[in-house]
Design a protein around this ligand. Structure first.
Ligand code: PDD
Length: 276
């Protein structure tokens, strides 16, 4: 097991980040999660482009090309070149005495690791989700390492023996704690627009492209909590979730068994093809 940290590939016990790192003190940084599957890192360019975009949004001057260059050496050192694995990348503003304003002229701190991880090649298990208030900030488009709002919602789901929490802001469902959410009504796919209240997931973008390829109509609009019972299907998307059917959302039961809706199923099948 190896970790890339600020230019070096070392064992985790030798990986060091200062306690004055702004990621540690303020949560001042951006992260990415991607997976390597049978045919390489899945949508690597999209993930690295999003990372670069996010760094720009918060004014961290760092070129993600370095990460791209270090990825193969890290996988090699970790003995994972040919294996399915999960890759975590984190870039923070760097190390400086604690002061709210951005320090000038310090290098960003970069950390990355890969761990063995397997994703099902056939449809992932259907999910049961609770509804939780979305009390996060208004810049959920930024993939910030500050994830208290997300982890508190996810923990509520785990405590309720559920798989995920769908977040509700002003009566509207925004996204999951670590997923995007989609609905299907009369053959049309409905999902929250990629505004500042959700993370524009790479898997979300892939699902929208697949809808386009399959001639499935799409409307990007928020779905109200009180519309759930009128929806025909629902599913979550995410790097670690792929396209997962929702069997129950809040009090509403879509399926009592392993059934999966027609459109969800079509998208799962097309999604699985992308791995080939
Ligand atoms: N989470 N929304 C939120 C809040 C997320 O944290 C994620 C991803 C997504 C889906 O994005 P993508 O399809 O690009 O993975 C949506 C990652 C996997 C995580 O935090 O582990």
């Amino acid at each position: 097991e190896k970790v890339y940290v600020n230019g070096e590939i070392v064992s985790p016990e030798n990986a060091k980040i200062s306690v004055f790192d702004r990621g540690f003190l303020f949560g001042d940084g951006i992260y990415e999660v991607m997976v390597q599957l049978e045919n390489g890192v899945f949508y690597k360019k999209a993930h690295l482009d999003r990372l670069q975009d996010n760094l720009k949004k918060i004014g961290i001057d760092y070129n993600v090309e370095e990460i791209d260059h270090q990825l193969q050496p890290l996988l090699k050192a970790s003995d994972l070149t040919e294996s399915s694995c999960l890759i975590y990348i984190q870039v923070t503003r760097g190390t400086a005495p604690r002061k709210h304003s951005y320090p000038k002229g310090i290098p960003a701190s970069v950390m990355m690791y890969a761990l063995p991880y397997s994703l099902p090649t056939v449809n992932p298990k259907h999910m049961k989700a609770i509804l939780e208030p979305d009390f996060r900030w208004h810049r959920c488009d930024i993939k910030s390492i500050s994830l208290l709002g997300n982890i508190m919602a996810n923990e509520a789901a785990m405590s309720a023996n559920s798989d995920e929490a769908a977040l509700v802001r002003d009566g509207m469902i925004s996204e999951g704690s670590h997923t995007n959410i989609f609905f299907v009504k009369n053959g049309t796919v409905i999902t929250h627009p990629a505004d500042k209240h959700i993370l524009n997931g790479i898997t979300r973008m892939i699902a929208l492209k697949l809808c386009n390829d399959l001639d499935i109509p799409v409307i990007e609009r928020p779905v109200a909590e009180n519309e759930i019972e009128h929806m025909d299907e629902a599913f979550f998307t995410g790097t670690t979730t792929q396209v997962a059917s929702i069997a129950q959302l809040g009090d509403h039961i879509f399926y009592n068994n392993d059934q999966v809706g027609d459109i969800t199923k079509k998208l799962q099948e097309s999604f699985a093809q992308l791995r080939k």
